[in-house]
Ligand binder design. Sequence first.
Ligand code: KG4
Ligand code: ZN
Length: 335
Amino acid sequence: EKDIIVLGIETSCDETAAAVIKNGRDILSNVVASQIESHKRFGGVVPEIASRHHVEQITLVIEEALAKAEIAIEDVDAIAVTEGPGLVGALLIGVNAAKALAFAHGIPLVGVHHIAGHIYANRLVTEMKFPLLSLVVSGGHTELVYMQEHGSFEVIGETRDDAAGEAYDKVARTLSLPYPGGPHIDRMAHEGEATIDLPRAWLEPDSYDFSFSGLKSAVINTIHNAKQRGETIEPVNLAASFQSSVVDVLVTKTMRAAEEYDVKQVLLAGGVAANKGLRARLEQAFQEKPDIELVIPPLSLCTDNAAMIAAAGTIAFQKGKRSDLALNANPGLDL
Ligand code: KG4
Ligand code: ZN
């Protein structure tokens, strides 16, 4: 049988990325141009700066991905591009580049949901076994997604306010740590102890939704109150307490959903999957559930990349999905 070669393009936030994959699972190339340095001094992603970087980088990144894969554009069977959600001005650059290539070379175009991409990063490291549950935790998302089969996504829980990564970044900012703050808090958490009592938002007993804004406010209030009383708080203990609260809720709800939906696999996805506390707690929890396989992809596939978009795009392409040349960026796209 003929191999299926898919070029993936991702520009939804602050990484300009292109990748070539074969048969939905073999990475031939995976190029990511990060803009973190440009956004750092602003303490977060500045949308217009992101768009300008994407415009400068996109063609070079695509060329590099094709060259590294040793694939000529004529040999690409489909172009998969993130159509949403994300920053509209950033998404437009990738969507337009994909459309131009598809039009010029007569290649089928497939629009991909960014979260589907994060989940399908797992297919680049293992075979997906259905039904499965995916915990997607990133700077923009916190979702529990149930999948009955390839290409079928049911969001059974999501954040009602801040995303997990967003809460990390905001707490980091109040501790004057550089952007993105997640990795710094994670490191500090391992140097401290969870001695400070912080809330855990369990919400309604049967809910798989999340909420992190109350926790974030509690951290800010704790710092503020301590200052007023002239007390000192060890930042490492605050980081450890915050992390313990986030991880506690994420792991408990994931475990409960995995059991209720009787899944074969639990897939971790998104940038916060890099969190050492979360990985350790999940691994520990699933050791007691040997009939459910826990999959945690390597870090480079958890953060934004285009190989995951190509992986999700390959499945959509095989299922017959085609986007026409009117494809647009959709910042609020539903999964
Ligand atoms: O998936 P991603 O690269 O971009 C989005 O689609 O949002 O995720 C980035 C997020 C940031 O909020 C960052 O602070 C967080 O992932 N992050 C972490 C860690 N590494 C990255 N959060 C907690 N602990 C970490 N070790
Ligand atoms: Zn992402």
